[in-house]
Design a protein around this ligand. Structure first.
Ligand code: ADP
Ligand code: MG
Length: 351
């Protein structure tokens, strides 16, 4: 077995792709562990592109495997955490927009977009002028849910004009990405697109802009929450225990960028039968409330799972606008009233 120093000397012969300098002097080798089972090379590459890292890793593998004893090689790639942009990126207010909130979830399919759409409409029903931005480039669905699937217009200053449906202004990435566009944009591309997008929309005067974040709590979500001067974040969850763990991640994400958590909404909390109007408890519901309490964040309310809510989304007739008398619409208005109460509390200067 070669020693770590011997391996390091060999690795000094590998040039960083496109440079005359070697990967060791670039500081890419974090550690080399030699054990009877083989060699582990720990590579650190904070700024390199994935293809470049792959290329270097392959070269290391070949080099070490060719050394005396032909050791088995294991690569460990230590991706440095992305730089904290919170301190470096200035938060920008969006002209004409009083409050901005982001709706987040730990994972997809919890009904985040359904909740964002109907919450927006419920705030509208309570007299607020509102806009909704679909920032989920991987699965934009807001446009479909409200039937705002036309192309957005441009002002003479080349600012994007939102579409209007049910008295609410919408903008969605779907309006800019054709159905045939492969969604291969990753990390920096997306965040760049979204942060520009956010400030290039001609919203007019809005009491509140709601942003439907992509599911999850990764880089793209962080950038938006960092870039916009957010008043707060709302986390949508479902009653299952596993989903509740995602709430923790959502809270951690907002904490990281110092955005207050306005609260947690539990979706699909219980089943509301469309025929008999009966309430069926499917999961042991109340988990969202319990969890919010544990994490010290407000609980904004629970929403039933009900067929009409899904159908409303499928047919571009969101229930809060199309059937304001439905009990689900009432549930949304009560959540909206809670959101508004927390928002206006946030706004009030301390002391
Ligand atoms: N409370 C609910 N009752 C019935 N169907 C729901 C409810 N919430 C969401 N859905 C349905 O679940 C699916 C996923 O919802 P969606 O809002 O797209 O989730 P996400 O944005 O979190 O991925 C959609 O078909 C939607 O109509
Ligand atoms: Mg969605």
């Amino acid at each position: 077995m070669p020693s770590p120093q011997e391996i390091l000397n060999e690795l000094k012969k590998i040039k960083y792709p496109g440079y005359s300098r070697d990967i060791v002097s670039f500081g890419m080798i974090k550690d080399i562990e030699v054990a009877s089972a083989g060699v582990t090379v720990i590579l650190t590459a904070p700024a390199a592109k994935p293809e470049v890292i792959d290329e270097i890793a392959e070269e290391i593998r070949r080099t070490v495997a060719a050394m005396p004893g032909a050791p088995a090689v294991r690569m460990q790639i230590d991706q440095a955490p992305p730089p904290r942009v919170a301190q470096s990126l200035p938060r920008k207010p969006i002209p004409g927009v009083k409050h901005v909130i982001a709706v987040a979830s730990g994972k997809g399919g919890v009904g985040k977009s359904t909740v964002a759409v109907n919450l927006t409409l419920a705030m509208r029903a309570l007299g607020w002028s509102v806009g909704l931005m679909d920032a989920d480039v991987y699965g934009p669905s807001v446009a479909m849910m409200v039937g705002a699937d036309g192309r957005a217009g441009l002002t003479s200053e080349r600012r994007i004009l939102p579409l209007e449906r049910f008295g609410v202004r919408y903008i969605s990435m779907a309006m800019f990405i054709g159905d045939d566009t492969p969604i291969i944009w990753r990390g920096p591309m997306i965040t760049k697109l979204e942060s520009e997008f956010l400030f290039n929309v001609e919203w007019g005067e809005l009491d509140c802009l709601i942003i439907d974040l992509p599911p999850g709590t990764g880089d793209a979500q962080l950038t938006i929450t960092q870039r916009a001067a957010l008043d707060g974040g709302v986390i949508v969850t479902t009653p299952q225990e596993i989903a509740l763990l995602d709430v923790k991640r959502g809270v951690a994400m907002f904490n990281e960028v110092e955005v207050p958590v306005l609260g947690v909404i539990e979706n699909m909390s219980y089943h509301l039968c469309g025929k008999c109007g009966h309430r069926h408890e499917i999961f042991a519901h109340g988990g969202g409330q319990r969890f919010a309490k544990e994490l010290g964040v407000p609980f904004l309310g629970e929403l039933p799972i009900t067929r009409e809510l899904r159908e409303g989304g499928d047919h571009a007739q969101p229930i809060v606008a199309a059937h304001p008398e439905h009990p689900v619409s009432g549930a949304f208005r009560s959540v909206a009233a809670n959101v508004i109460a927390h928002l206006t509390r946030v706004e009030r200067p301390a002391g």
